[in-house]
Design a protein around this ligand. Sequence first.
Ligand code: B12
Ligand code: SF4
Ligand code: SF4
Length: 385
Amino acid sequence: MTVREAVRELAREVGFDVTRVADARPLDGAATAMRARLDEGRLDGMEWITADRIARATDPASLLDGAKSFVVMAASYWDDVPRPPVDPSNPRGRVARYAWGRDYHDVLREAANEVATGLTRIAGSPVRTRTFVDSSPLAERAVAIRAGLGWAGKSTMVLSPGIGTYTLLATILTDLEIEPDAPLAKSCGACTRCIDSCPTGALVAPGILDARTCVSFHTIENRGLIPMHLRPAIGEWLFGCDDCQDSCPVNRRPARGRLADLRASTPDDAWPALFPILAMDEPEFRARYRRSAIWRTKRRGLQRNACVVLGNLGDPSAVPILAAIVLDAGADSIVRGHAAWALGQIGGPAARGALHRFTQAERHARVPADDMVIVEVAAAVAACA
Ligand code: B12
Ligand code: SF4
Ligand code: SF4
């Protein structure tokens, strides 16, 4: 058995579905493409993606001394949790599939580290390795594409034959020379379904995503206000977005992911009830989400997103809890502002009354609020009218 075959077998044993090998030459094409996205402002809002980071992420020699090969592995996380019956007294939002289970950073890192440890055994002598799962500076998709693990989809997702796009990547960079795989000679052809189904038009051209309008960016990475004009298009997405994947024909017959830790434990992991999220204090948020990818958006971000979803659902049953937030001078301003917006979307006498109460109370300095909340309330009053 060759080293490549042995690594593949080991990766399969620990739960990865596809494993490929690439050489560790600089990723020049990706560097140029990523720099262009940065310079065009399409990565604005993710200040950690800098020109310097892109240079390192595409220069394997700077990531590991003597780097020779990448082992890149994909784990499918596809699963299905049917939507619970609609109950207006208990409205729910939707979480993107990759965040249903235990934090994928931990799950994939543990599995990838087993493969990295196994490399020394397979090679018969000590080898140096460095493992990457999402958060380190490595252009992971570019490595996957070079290794033939999949092709670059028009959605910017890596598409792997047989398992589609519902995959997460883990990569090992090593100083061991392993025979590389060839890139795939495949493409999306004439299909444009992901572009057509994107609710905000964030896929501005085939393979070009503008994060400034992407629902996934706003519900996960954005720490502040979500631009008002984008909020309606967020629909029910509480965290992340799968629209460009749900529409992809390559995902037509997905197989259930094998890493059980990535699956939802309860329907609430996939379709969380929104009122309990709005009522959560910090210790409750920590207890529920500390081991989930949702932790990244922080309590404030999740509550902000819950307000947006409630506004989009438009059910008056949400008015009392949203009104209580708007009228609570101690509540977070970002959450308050989005709660006001939601009241404006729901409309009707109860929502109008709550906004009016806020305006009166604020005018008499009984409910202090910063300018941003005042602006959001004024816009919500106008929307109600
Ligand atoms: C920043 C980031 C985001 C941002 C920006 C995404 C984007 N498309 O740029 C936001 C927050 C929007 C995001 C969203 C999501 N993300 Co994300 N994200 C990342 C992260 C951390 C960096 C990506 C980055 O640098 N983007 C900049 C763009 C320009 O580069 P890129 O798309 O990664 O790669 C392109 C270029 O390299 C180019 N390219 C490569 N080689 C070459 C060669 C030549 C010659 C040329 C011209 C171009 C070229 O094509 C690649 C594919 O488009 C990676 C992890 C990592 N460290 O790589 C995860 C990662 C890309 N995300 C991932 C996932 C799962 C998601 C979501 C599905 C989560 C969700 N359900 O909400 C969505 C999908 C949205 C989408 N359509 O992409 C997975 C993707 C797995 C896969 N099968 O593709 C990754 C790889 C994490 C992981 N380890 O699994 N993400
Ligand atoms: S994740 Fe959602 S908003 Fe972002 S590109 Fe895909 S469909 Fe569009
Ligand atoms: S929807 Fe069509 S164009 Fe988009 S990634 Fe899938 S196959 Fe490619």
